[in-house]
Design a protein around this ligand. Structure first.
Ligand SMILES: Cc1cc2nc3c(=O)[nH]c(=O)nc-3n(C[C@H](O)[C@H](O)[C@H](O)COP(=O)(O)OP(=O)(O)OC[C@H]3O[C@@H](n4cnc5c(N)ncnc54)[C@H](O)[C@@H]3O)c2cc1C
Length: 424
């Protein structure tokens, strides 16, 4: 017997008003890309990787920059929101909303330019991280921030979320690698945001355009001593690498215009604020990213077995003293869930018994001796602190199995049996 669910029915039956429907139909004639208004497509885009659900008015798949400019004009004219969307793997509802979802994953997927001498790449926002790094491999360069979703997440989404992962203690976040972006603003103007000398910054402030207004407002906001003091006092500790807590005004403040000689950066760059702004400030159509040299092939992992997460937290402080290139935690819940997962079982070859937590510590070095030295010193420290009971060393092709197990963590958690979904 079918059980009636009013919330579900309201969600499914949500209709677009006749006037807006006519407008949306006219939109198809204005852009070269696709405009999808049928309920099944709208339902497909009503979710991302978060628990949020919102039915968009329609889904658009722009073919190029002009399409996006048209979509922005349309949204302003009709007072609706635009939601830029890349792969849709966001965890906090970033690409879910009631406006127009603009999916750049279909057509805006080109690598535009690679400069091996200056270590940068220019891409459209729909380029997938792993694909990009695969293409870069022969150059000996790569884009270093990564996510567990690297086989599908896209560069627009990485900048939008200021993504970072396992190696952030060495390479930092996407923000530090975003050199410039080409962006369409709310008035349809196309702007390049990138590094500016103090003179260039002043010139931008003189522009009689939305771009000029943005620079002037930022200058006024960040020159105010009270604002400076509260940003310095209230923003999270900058030593915490992975800290996305709203617009990164603290990073903009750290420019010579406002901090003089004490500034962390030698130029002003709006990209530091755009990274992590979650599609709320403008629509990126091109992104120029800094590349790093590929790491040394000498790599080893030590998945330190512990009795509890608390022990792993204390162990983390010990591991950090030995200059690891990455540290990740797997708790007992994730370990237990992967035990019953057919595709993950083979990746658990290094797990002994039933640890309360595993701290995976990665070392990269110029020689094997360097790595071996780091590992034995770390083990000795762990043992004298009474932390950890099993210290296997994983090398070669087995390394990817360990990371795959770690990457599967959130996915297996998401598939845990829980409350039934009320909407779909
Ligand atoms: C299992 C799992 C593991 C994850 N692990 C990590 C992790 O290790 N580290 C991490 O940082 N994140 C992680 N995430 C979150 C997410 O995968 C990343 O943040 C990823 O980089 C988002 O990329 P995406 O292409 O899916 O972007 P989307 O989710 O599509 O978009 C992300 C944001 O960027 C904006 N955006 C996209 N394109 C544009 C554009 N052209 N112009 C303006 N704004 C734009 C969107 O509006 C949105 O706000 C994980 C998610 C899952 C489901």
């Amino acid at each position: 017997m079918a059980v009636s669910n009013p919330t579900k029915e309201r969600f499914i039956n949500e209709v677009i008003g006749d006037e807006l429907k006519a407008e949306l139909q006219s939109l198809s004639a204005l852009i070269d890309g696709d405009v999808l208004t049928d309920l099944s497509r709208r339902l497909m885009y009503a979710t991302d990787a978060s628990a949020y659900r919102e039915l968009p008015l329609a889904v658009c798949r722009p073919r190029h920059e002009n399409d996006i400019a048209e979509l922005i004009k349309f949204a302003v004219r009709n007072k609706i929101t635009l939601i830029p969307r890349a792969a849709g793997t966001s965890l906090a509802g970033q690409v879910v909303g009631r406006g127009l979802v603009v999916d750049i994953s279909r057509y805006m997927t080109q690598i535009l330019e690679v400069n091996e001498e200056e270590n940068w790449i220019r891409v459209q926002p729909g380029v997938i991280l792993d694909d990009m790094n695969k293409q870069l491999k022969p150059t000996g360069l790569f884009f270093s921030p990564e996510t567990s979703t690297s086989n599908r997440c896209m560069m627009g989404g990485m900048v939008g979320n200021n993504s970072a992962g396992t190696h952030s203690i060495v390479y930092g976040t996407t923000r530090e690698h975003t050199l410039s972006v080409r962006m369409i603003l709310s008035d349809g103007s196309i702007v390049e945001f990138g590094p500016l000398s103090t003179d260039a910054f002043k010139e931008k402030c003189e522009l009689k355009s939305l771009e000029g207004e943005i620079y002037r407002n930022t200058r006024d906001l960040l020159s105010d001593k009270e604002n400076q003091a509260s940003i310095d006092a209230e923003f999270p500790d900058p030593r915490v690498v992975r800290r996305n807590t709203g617009y990164a005004l603290d990073e903009l403040l750290n420019s010579p215009e406002f901090k003089g000689q004490e500034a962390k950066y030698d130029s002003f760059n709006f990209c530091r604020l755009i990274a992590g702004s979650e599609g709320t400030l403008g629509f990126m159509t091109e992104i120029k990213l800094h590349l790093d040299p590929l790491p040394s092939p000498h790599i080893a992992l030590v998945p330190v077995h512990m009795d509890s997460v608390m022990e792993a937290i204390r162990g983390n402080l010990i591991a950090l003293k030995h200059s690891p290139s990455a540290i990740e935690l797997m708790d007992q819940i994730i370990l237990d869930l992967t035990e019953n997962n057919i595709s993950q079982r083979k990746n658990r070859f290094f797990v002994k018994g039933h640890p309360g937590a595993i701290l995976i510590v990665e070392f990269v070095g110029d020689t094997q001796e360097e790595i071996d030295g780091k590992i034995s010193r770390m083990k000795a420290d762990f043992k004298s602190a009474g932390i950890g009971y099993h210290f296997p060393v994983v090398a070669g092709s087995d390394i990817s199995k360990v990371w795959n197990l770690r990457k599967a963590g959130l996915g297996v958690l998401g598939n845990m049996r829980g409350m039934p979904n009320r909407y779909l």
